[in-house]
Design a protein around this ligand. Sequence first.
Ligand code: HDE
Length: 696
Amino acid sequence: MGHDEHDAKDRQLEHDRTDSTEPLTTDTGVRVEDTDNSLRAGARGPTLLEDFHAREKITHFDHERIPERVVHARGAGAYGHFTPYEGLSDLTAAHFLSSPDVTTPVFVRFSTVAGSRGSADTPRDVRGFAVKFYTEQGNYDLVGNNMPVFFIQDGIKFPDFVHAVKPEPHNEIPQAQSAHDTLWDFVGQQPETTHMMMWLMSDRAIPRSYRMMQGFGVHTFRFVNADGKGTFVKFHWTPKLGTHSLVWDEAQRVQGKDPDFNRRDLYESIERGDFPEWELGVQLVAEEDEHSFDFDLLDATKIIPEEQVPVRPVGKLVLDRNPDNFFAETEQIAFHTANVVPGIDFTNDPLLQARNFSYLDTQLLRLGGSNFQQIPVNRPVAPVSNNQRDGFAQHRVHRGQTSYYPNTLGGGCPALADEGVYRHYTERVDGDKIRVRSESFQDHYSQATLFWNSLADWEREHVVAAFRFELGKCEELAVRQQAVANLNHVDHGLAVSVAEGVGVAAPPIEQTPNHGRSSPALSQANTAFGDITGRQVALLVADGVDAPAAEAVRRAFSDQHAHVEYLAPRDGALHTREEGVLNADRAYTTVSSVLYDAVAVIGGPESAQALAEDGTARHFVLEAYKHHKPVLLVADGRSIVDGTPLADRLPASFGSTTTPEGVTVAPALDEESVMAFLRQVGLHRHWERETGSIPA
Ligand code: HDE
């Protein structure tokens, strides 16, 4: 189902969509004569209070802002749909999972966590992955992240954690950065954060695209079937394009070159028809197996290793429609972990329990009162019928004499349904009223070590570099030292490497021996490769370019839904070697290599010479190389790297080949070299390449 087929949510929204085709009016529908000059006493006299149009226009403007989300303020979203592969009625009574014939409209919002609404897309941060299913049984929200664990075990610590990671209160510095003293001061004293900090220091924290990240429900939830039988469940979203990341240096530069990098990527992919896709997977644990793990299922700082409980694929999510209005839809959407439907229930995870309080509470403030479920994007497609009344911005016109239950005067309406109702899972609980953390929540390091052990060498290098960067930004040496001491419980070698980079004493002895276990599924080296849909390739061109070669590269990529842009010293038409014309897509001075996945330079002697003499073009190629990106150099286009360290890494005389460093060179463009370059782009990055000596 695509954009044109109008699912139930789309049809509902149609009533609210507004086009400004009528003449200009006031909010009360009165046509306006002039909106440039306020009403005044004399051409140079004072403005009159009776100018209702001017007052209304300015007043409305004055009230345009609402509070941003206290976390996850920066985001981007889209509509789509979800379809299960098979019926799951044996596990859950949820109708949207009952049959492959049921397709459910969804809205998904991706976000960063720490930054303000106007902050950049690519800081080192967790990404939110929140899905609202508009099911026939009411809205179900799966409010997840792109990492499978969380910083803390109990929601009561959330305000402390968020205060620590947000800009420091005295000067509101730094914006959208975890690299500062207060965060590391906090986490250094909270061993339970260790596992999540490993994820945060990994490449997961700098996704290349929202289309290329996993999503996780994090908590253990509960499926409940029609017979009332429960099964523990963890939710996973797996992106069709694989899980791929930026390089940290690149991510920082992107913040300046295009702060909307991930938002733009999502929007443009959908506009182009390259619809992002994820597979929903579930890890299922029978109730009787609750205690058969060496961690607690209720502890949100733990994963269930996939080798222990495999992820079963159960359905497909496709995003295929951009919102019409960012504020109305993406900003006003309200997700809530307690928005569940029959067949899905909670567990006693203390983090989840706190969330079940927090989301509604914050939304009452953010969206101005109790009627925010009536905002178009939030409205369920299931019928709403109850005795809730009044409140600010009540949009419903409830008819009838009664607004209470039970009643006879209103014919007993609304009555309680016999079937399809939400029934809380029956669970026996018994205990003292106490403030304690369960013994089963006390192992904070084993899974941090598991994560570390599971990473490829290049991923580990990135983790060490990230710790060095972050701790290197902390002014207090004691804060650095404490973080290193914590890492010594994860892996001694890791702690020593980090200590060496940040000028504090390395721990002399191993604290907790590394258990040596790993889980290959945790490494991005084992993700999907090869599908290059939506990848952006920069092709540097100048006057005199070999146009047939340029067009051949572009064709080969567009056949695979990737996009080649011709970047030239200036915008507009170039003359080609063949004395034709080639239109540049952009001047490369308006962009940067960090906005592309790969770079190619082709021949044409005049073009090659112009590019080789231009420092901006040379930097473009070197920077792409430094960020491990595929490079294609064809014919004399290769002269762009003359005199750089890259030149020494190319074969002196060459046929068509890809060097061990992942640069494809060819004496003339041919099918083989284009295909070799395409394959490199499909591998995402050439991580083995040495880049430390490249000055870009
Ligand atoms: Fe959230 N979180 N959170 N969170 N969270 C919010 O709700 C909160 C947690 C997540 O795109 C807030 O409407 C508490 C885990 C996402 O609109 C707020 C705790 C996970 C989004 C809130 C957590 C998340 C939020 C802020 C600890 C991943 C953005 C605005 C107990 C599983 C949703 C709002 C969107 C947003 C509270 C922990 C994911 C304040 C108290 C764990 C994706 O209610």
